[in-house]
Design a protein around this ligand. Structure first.
Ligand SMILES: Cc1cc2nc3c(=O)[nH]c(=O)nc-3n(C[C@H](O)[C@H](O)[C@H](O)COP(=O)(O)OP(=O)(O)OC[C@H]3O[C@@H](n4cnc5c(N)ncnc54)[C@H](O)[C@@H]3O)c2cc1C
Length: 410
């Protein structure tokens, strides 16, 4: 059976393989989605000398973005080595920054001096906080897009003796960050500023609990406020008001790398790679897109960036590439959301269970039970990669969302 599978694979890859006779799969970005793709594909192809999986990432450490608000408040998080995770899979890590993709020549430029040819590309460069939309945000606000951002903020907060921290953005990252800073640094005044009420997408019980927890942590909430400018000493609001601050943290919205658009891949209005039902670029069939960098349409609309949806896209892309290499058609990707877990410091949380389209169900968890649930979810990706390495099929389960995810024709 294996011999038949390998023979099929060799013949099906022949037409798309470089002059070396090896099919080169290059995966860009070792975030939640790119790691899932790399481990899943490498585990499935490890015994095949004619498939080479290469993962490219700026760092050889895996960043748990879900814990960046902990790093930002000076808490230790695990040191996770990507080469150690890939060890034994046959996949290799190229450490460096991707500066360009040439989709016609099928090459990736790394740090401007290295060129990696590919036969299949997986694009998973994630997203960063969108500090470009509002004047001053890029210059004066801190972000939480990567470990360096979080360490810079930790350093600044560490040097602050009293004062005010304004967190801009009442989305989940803003709520978690405001709560974490308030809990770790009771000497600071924390003000959470944003257009929407915190927890606006939750049911009334979860929303009320969340608001109560922010009050208990003495976080001042300024909902219904739009920040139009960031200054070195605070933020200006639409309509004329302002909030003074010693530190501003920007979590309002995200943006993706311009590399996909520059490469000529079809992207949506936010620069995300537009995919077909199987997660393949609609303009370049040798490119697959995963995680926050992909515009993946489901029946309920285009998925928004989360780890819960990002990891399944990575696994699905790997399964699809494996199928194509074996001469099979890839299957459509279907995903339904199932929860919104939000930490409120280290001892409290809210978990809103959701319908597949991310609208709230009536069930939610609060308090210590929610905190344990949230911690389990946050800690799970790395062990999941470890299990996938040994048993690839163990990573290939996620809620498919039933009728909610049946994709409308494009
Ligand atoms: C504080 C915080 C809390 C969050 N909490 C949750 C949560 O509870 N649940 C949830 O589902 N989601 C949460 N998210 C969102 C979640 O982190 C993202 O949706 C997820 O990280 C997306 O995964 P990804 O693999 O697409 O991208 P990322 O995890 O962003 O990974 C992209 C990788 O690509 C690398 N990279 C980028 N550009 C380049 C380049 N040019 N060259 C080389 N490497 C590059 C990056 O360094 C990174 O390693 C949270 C985000 C933050 C910031």
């Amino acid at each position: 059976m294996d011999a038949q599978r390998d023979a099929q694979r060799t013949s099906s890859t022949a037409g798309t393989t470089g002059t070396t006779g090896t099919h080169r799969v290059v995966i860009l970005g070792a975030g939640y989605a790119g790691m899932a793709a790399a481990v899943q594909l490498a585990a499935r192809t490890r015994r095949l000398p004619d498939v080479q999986v290469t993962l490219v990432n700026g760092s050889d450490r895996f960043t748990e973005r879900l814990r960046l608000h902990m790093t930002a408040t000076g808490q230790q998080v695990a040191d996770l080595s990507i080469p150690e995770m890939l060890d034994g899979t046959g996949a290799e890590l190229v450490r460096g920054w991707v500066t360009a993709v040439d989709a016609d020549a099928r090459t990736v430029r790394v740090d401007d001096d290295r060129v990696l040819p590919y036969d299949t590309l997986v694009y998973g460069l994630g997203s960063v906080a969108d500090t470009a939309r509002v004047p001053g945000a890029d210059d004066h606000a801190y972000g939480l897009s990567n470990a360096q951002d979080a360490e810079l903020l930790a350093d600044r907060l560490g040097r602050l003796r009293g004062g005010t921290v304004v967190v801009v953005g009442t989305g989940l990252t803003g709520i978690e960050s405001a709560a974490e800073i308030a809990e770790q640094r009771p000497d600071l005044d924390v003000v959470l500023v944003g257009r929407a009420e915190p927890g606006a997408t939750m049911n009334a019980r979860a929303r009320t609990y969340l608001r109560g927890a922010l009050d208990r942590l003495r976080v001042t909430v300024r909902a219904g406020a739009e920040v139009v400018k960031v200054r070195p000493d605070g933020v200006e609001l639409a309509g004329g008001g302002s909030v003074a601050a010693d530190v501003v943290l920007w979590t309002g919205g995200s943006r993706v790398s311009p590399l996909a658009a520059a490469a000529g891949l079809e992207v949506d209005e936010r620069g995300r790679v537009v995919t077909d039902a199987a997660l393949r670029s609609v303009s370049h069939p040798d490119v697959w897109a995963v995680g926050d960098a992909a515009a993946v349409r489901q029946g309920y609309g285009v998925m928004h960036g989360t780890c819960q949806g990002g990891m399944p896209t990575g696994v699905h892309a790997a399964l699809s590439i494996d199928r194509v290499l074996r001469g099979l058609e890839p299957k459509p990707f279907r995903f339904g959301y199932y929860h919104t877990p939000v930490s409120l410091g280290r001892a409290d949380a809210v978990v809103q269970f959701t319908h597949p389209d991310d609208s709230p169900r009536r069930i939610s968890l609060t308090g210590r039970t929610a905190m344990r649930y949230k911690e389990t979810v946050t800690a799970s990706p790395w062990p999941t990669y470890g299990r996938m390495k040994r048993m690839p099929a163990s990573g290939a389960f996620w809620p498919t969302g039933g009728r909610f995810t049946r994709r409308a024709a494009r």
